[in-house]
Design a protein around this ligand. Structure first.
Ligand code: NAD
Length: 290
């Protein structure tokens, strides 16, 4: 299959390399100078999209996706598929889907979970939105780049699933960190806290798989001085998307709102920028109660 791949950053580069490694013909474009094994780099997004059966985008945000889509949709072959794997707002995903279908193209929004490690290992989870035909076209590529793809519904459903998942992630990370900070003040040993909570009703992915307390639980960014991992500013980006979606859909998300405000403060007014999102634990420990 001929594939145009636009946005070859931390995630896009290893995803494109895996597709090329599986024998597909990859033409890549990025505004930064990048080289990816097995990918023929071209000089523009339109050059990557021209003649492609599938165009994949892995871009920073919805505004950039809209701009790239405006360039590539007019040059794509009738019946070709645009697969956007970026994490963007639901409205951008739906608008680009409408534009694609109006010009006789297929569209899938397919954000991912699994991070750079999952992108490199080909073990990402894809959450996809789009028609059955569009999903069927993209599914064999998801199999190469990932280990699971869930067809969540019509266009935008993939982004909706991603935003809801990551709102839970932000809220539970904060809950886990503030509970550890409270346990410290109560004189409870962190290992004992982990032993109890990880097998009790307070367990969660943030406690059991990504414990924010250094030296406790499986290896995680807290054991590496909170180097990301998943950076606090990316958590903030996704929480903001959840609040934008909640506003536009009139949904009541008070904990999502509180988590957004806390990550905003952490990233913009404290020392959270560039640190893993689990560095909320030392943040709570240092601040104490106001
Ligand atoms: P990144 O910043 O490393 O990569 C984005 C790439 O897009 C960059 O190389 C940039 O030069 C390129 N780009 C920007 N504008 C462009 C344009 N107009 N045309 C072509 N290329 C352009 O980011 P990333 O970590 O690879 O993340 C990409 C997307 O995946 C984001 O939406 C992010 O939220 C999402 N995501 C990231 C992770 C992660 O752990 N990094 C996990 C899941 C989802």
């Amino acid at each position: 299959m001929r594939i145009g791949f636009i946005g070859l950053g931390n995630m896009g580069a290893p995803m494109a390399a895996n597709l090329a490694g599986a024998g597909h013909d990859l033409h890549g474009f990025d505004t930064a100078a990048v080289a990816v094994a097995g990918v023929t780099m071209v000089e523009s997004a339109t050059a990557a999209a021209t003649g492609a059966d599938v165009v994949i985008t892995m871009l920073p945000n919805g505004a950039i996706l809209r701009a790239v889509a405006a360039e590539v949709l007019p040059v794509m072959e009738p019946g070709a598929t645009l697969v956007d794997c970026s994490t963007v707002d639901v409205d951008s995903a739906r608008d680009v889907a409408d534009q694609a279908t109006q010009t006789g193209l297929l569209f899938v929004d397919a954000p991912v979970s699994g991070g750079v490690g999952g992108a490199s290992a080909g073990t990402l989870t894809f959450m996809a939105g789009g028609s059955d035909d569009a999903f069927a076209k993209a599914a064999p590529l998801f199999e190469i780049m990932g280990q699971k793809a869930v067809h969540c519904g019509e266009a935008g459903a993939g982004q909706a699933a991603k935003i809801c998942n990551n709102m839970i992630l932000g809220v539970t990370m904060i809950a886990t960190c503030e509970a550890f900070a409270l346990a410290d003040k109560l004189g409870l040993d962190r290992q004992k806290m982990f032993d109890v909570v990880s097998t009790s009703s307070g367990y969660s992915w943030t406690m059991n798989a990504y414990c924010p307390a250094p030296g406790v639980g499986p290896q995680s960014p807290s054991d590496n001085d909170y180097q990301p991992g998943f950076a606090a500013e990316l958590m903030l980006k996704d929480l903001r998307l959840s609040q934008q979606a909640a506003e536009s859909a009139d949904a009541d998300t008070p904990l999502g709102q509180a988590a957004t405000a806390l990550y905003e403060q952490f990233v913009e007014a404290e020392d959270g920028m560039g640190r893993d999102f689990s560095a909320m634990l030392p943040r709570f420990v240092q601040r104490g109660r106001r």
